[in-house]
Design a binder for this molecule. Structure first.
Ligand code: HEC
Ligand code: HEC
Ligand code: HEC
Ligand code: HEC
Ligand code: HEC
Length: 310
């Protein structure tokens, strides 16, 4: 018992006291030779499984990416979709191996012969280094340049990680032996969740004046454009319908709000659309839908109906 407690204490509190030869013996050198994500997943199972569900894991195999990059033939598309090493302030170089892994553990964590992460800790299988960058928004800049600029301009305090890698109490490793020797720690969500869009994120207001209607949208909460993109084509669709007293449709208009058309919704700035009211219009209905970059499928963001009383 006492022996185990001592090992626990050494690993978690006084790892600098562990004799060098012992440290060397526990190392698994292939971990620094750019293995596939699955190899990291032998110990970091929770993180690996979450990453598999992320868009980062699809960056090279995504059908929309393959199409837009002309069957992956465009050189300039490679750096961010198959990076070799991610470093704050630098555009990545593309890599030659394991391309189907897209953006995986190694480019985000392995640098200068060590595995870098947010903690100062001791990991027997591989050397680690505490990095100051991993918890800051600048870590995401090399690839999410445009979104980062938008975020900076808002002056918002929350980092990209706060919303897209939320942390929860857990363990870094699930390996049956190692997990008992390492104290629990916060684990960030490696699915890189997209973020909610609903009526809370996009406020809608409709102003009627004789013969006209103004539909006003406001991105009230998301500290970058909605949608935001460096290269993909995510879109919002705003559809405004007018009906007469019998419920017959009189008019339909559709707007595309998208970064590629420079019509995405900026943070805390109202965007207004004006339409003439059709003769005899009695009801107006407003629908906002979202389409992600990698799919044609739309989901409803908000839907409202109004009576027209003059
Ligand atoms: C090496 C470049 C690179 C780095 C570094 C990077 N990303 Fe990404 N990210 C991408 C690419 C490319 C995609 C799109 C992949 C695809 O869908 O094909 C993406 C997709 C995403 C998505 C999903 C977007 C969606 O539409 O759902 C989120 C969220 C995201 N990244 C957040 C982050 C955050 C937060 C960071 C920093 C901690 C980060 N990324 C670092 C390149 C990168
Ligand atoms: C797009 C870059 C990116 C990819 C891909 C990525 N990570 Fe991370 N990782 C990060 C960032 C950023 C943090 C710091 C998150 C935080 O604490 O805010 C982190 C933190 C960690 C941590 C420390 C615990 C934690 O969650 O803070 C471990 C362990 C880790 N990553 C392992 C992995 C493994 C294993 C993979 C592959 C299955 C992987 N990461 C893929 C960027 C990445
Ligand atoms: C044989 C088991 C094992 C394998 C395989 C493994 N790791 Fe780890 N890793 C650990 C242990 C143990 C820790 C420390 C856990 C703790 O203290 O809670 C750790 C910690 C980490 C951290 C946190 C570092 C920090 O300073 O914040 C990162 C990041 C990480 N590993 C990434 C990786 C990557 C990337 C791979 C694949 C190249 C990988 N690991 C493969 C066992 C492993
Ligand atoms: C306060 C929380 C918050 C912060 C901070 C934040 N985001 Fe977002 N992000 C969201 C929400 C909510 C969405 C969903 C709405 C949307 O699509 O814009 C989103 C969507 C995205 C998307 C999906 C693109 C799309 O619109 O389809 C990407 C990529 C992204 N964010 C990257 C980032 C990056 C990079 C940063 C840091 C520079 C960041 N986000 C900061 C909340 C946040
Ligand atoms: C500077 C880094 C960077 C470069 C270079 C880059 N991308 Fe991306 N790409 C991203 C990021 C980040 C995302 C995630 C969301 C966004 O668009 O911001 C993304 C997402 C995408 C998407 C939407 C997701 C999907 O899988 O469908 C497509 C398509 C895409 N990129 C195609 C391309 C093409 C084609 C090129 C070359 C002309 C290219 N990208 C070059 C960073 C980059």
């Amino acid at each position: 018992m006492l022996g185990l407690a001592l090992i626990y204490l050494l690993i978690n509190k006084k790892y600098e006291w562990i004799p060098k030869p012992l440290v060397e013996r526990a190392r698994q050198p292939d971990l620094l030779e750019n293995p596939a994500a699955k190899r990291c997943g032998e110990c970091h199972e929770t993180i690996f499984k979450a990453w598999q569900q992320s868009r980062h894991a699809r960056a090279w195999v995504s059908e929309t990416y393959i199409k837009d990059s002309e069957n992956r033939s465009k050189e300039k598309c490679l750096p961010c979709h198959i990076p070799r090493e991610v470093r704050a302030g630098r555009k990545p170089e593309p890599r030659l191996k394991l391309r189907e892994e897209g953006i995986y553990c190694v480019p985000c964590h392995v640098a200068r012969g060590k595995i870098n992460g947010p903690y100062a800790l001791y990991s027997p299988p591989h050397p680690t280094d505490k990095s100051d960058g991993h918890r800051k928004s600048v870590f995401c800049v090399p690839c999410h340049e445009k979104t980062y600029k938008e975020w900076r301009a808002t002056g918002h305090d929350d980092t990209c990680q706060k919303c897209h890698m939320p942390r929860a109490a857990g363990r870094l490793v699930q390996n049956p032996i190692l997990k008992y020797f390492h104290a629990p720690k916060d684990v960030a969500d490696r699915r890189f969740p997209h973020g909610e869009i609903g009526p809370r994120e996009i406020a809608l207001r409709v102003d009627f004046t004789p013969g006209r209607v103004r539909v006003v949208l406001l991105n009230d909460r998301v500290p970058h454009f909605i949608p935001t993109a460096d290269n993909g084509d995510p879109r919002l669709y705003l559809t405004v319908l007018q009906f007469d007293g019998a419920g017959e449709r009189l008019d339909k208009t559709r707007e595309i709000l998208a970064p590629q058309q420079e019509t995405a919704l900026p943070y805390k700035k109202e965007v207004a659309f004006q339409y003439p009211l059709e003769k005899g219009a009695r009801r107006l209905s407003v629908l906002v839908e979202y389409k992600p970059a990698w799919s044609q499928e739309k989901t409803e963001v908000l839907r409202e109906s109004y009576d027209i009383n003059f």
